[in-house]
Ligand binder design. Structure first.
Ligand code: ASP
Length: 333
């Protein structure tokens, strides 16, 4: 029987890096074909094809490049003979690229993103096994329609929930509060739940002038005032707890709102939603009444990605807010 075609789109990251003794550091060094050749069992389960998109560390990834990557993936996945696509990526911004692709890609065929925490010159690099697990996942019929999946350390995570939780350990990706959607065993790919996705955003461009500001005890208005004066296109604020903001930051919040700049509120806490529970100054109740958009349980970086895409199709504040409605929530109020 003919083996299914899987296209591996390489973008860079530690999975494509090696230690360079001359420069005493880890640098991009591995080509796309070399990445695939390093995993001989791939040939047993599929017919792999390589597409080299870039070879950059993921801190160099940009929303503009993510858009190009999404367009490339849609092109690849319209080819009838292609069963699914794999993206190799650096781990630092992987969750943002995964969510971006999940929001915009048209394809229902599987897209799995994988990476490595250990480079090719470390002892026991994790990249080859992660790549094999990502391909096995993409070949699994249950992966279709589940959106972009992150496959690392034998676990499968949804783009919406996944986040990097450790700066060095290979068991770094987790979906706090939810857990993986499935896992990869030697003989099978096992799914345990369905993913609930945001509706697709038919964006043809991305508005990258959207900024993320994190709150902390005693935080003031300096950064927010600066963004208001610059008349940026959008701001995401990572508040405290349920989304609350220190009083000294309130003049900055008002400056943003007075300039009709969409302001999306998230929480710096890794799990749980923002909600208008507290009515004291800086509480989410008065912030919501002033026009702040509640970002649900999206992390700040993911809310920023969503706002960048939404702003490319509407500037209407009410319409923007509607994109932040949680697709898994049924309101009881
Ligand atoms: N700094 C690297 C990157 O994100 C880390 C990695 O790939 O694991 O490109």
């Amino acid at each position: 029987m003919e083996k299914s075609k899987v296209v591996v789109v390489t973008t860079g990251g530690t999975i494509a890096m090696r230690y360079d003794p001359a420069r005493k550091g880890v640098f991009p060094a591995v080509t796309g074909p070399q990445l695939v050749e390093a995993v001989p069992p791939l040939e047993d389960i599929c017919s792999p094809e390589v597409e080299e998109f870039s070879n950059i560390p993921s801190p160099h990834m940009t929303p503009e490049l993510m858009l190009k990557l999404a367009q490339k993936l849609d092109q690849i996945l319209t080819r009838e003979e292609v069963a699914g696509a794999i993206v190799t990526h650096g781990t630092d911004t992987l969750e943002e690229t995964a969510f971006f692709l999940d929001l915009i890609c048209k394809a229902e065929k599987p897209i799995c993103i994988t990476a490595a925490m250990r480079s090719g010159s470390d002892i026991s690099p994790d990249g080859p096994h992660n790549l094999l697990c990502a391909v096995k996942t993409a070949l699994s019929p249950e992966a279709s329609g589940e959106g972009v999946l992150v496959v690392m350390n034998e676990e499968i995570h949804t783009a919406r929930d996944v986040t990097k939780t450790h700066s060095a350990n290979p068991k770094t990706f987790a979906s706090p509060g939810w857990g993986p959607i499935g896992y990869v065993d030697k003989d099978a790919v096992i799914f345990r739940r369905k993913s609930i996705r945001f509706p697709r955003i038919p964006a043809m461009e991305v508005i990258s002038d959207v900024h993320l500001v994190k709150m902390a005890a005693g935080a003031d208005s300096l950064l927010l005032q600066c963004l208001a004066e610059k008349k940026v296109r959008g701001v995401v604020l990572e508040g405290l707890g349920r989304g609350n903001v220190p009083p000294a930051a309130l003049p900055g919040v008002e400056a943003i709102l007075n300039n009709n700049i969409p302001l999306v509120l998230t929480t710096r806490v890794p799990s749980g939603r923002v909600l208008d529970v507290y009515g004291y100054p800086g509480g989410v109740k008065p912030l919501k009444e002033k026009g702040v958009i509640l970002g649900g349980d999206l992390s700040g970086p993911k809310a920023r990605i969503l706002l960048m895409l939404v702003l490319s199709i509407t500037n209407d504040l009410e319409a923007i807010a509607s994109y932040f409605n949680d697709p898994g929530a049924s309101n009881l109020a």
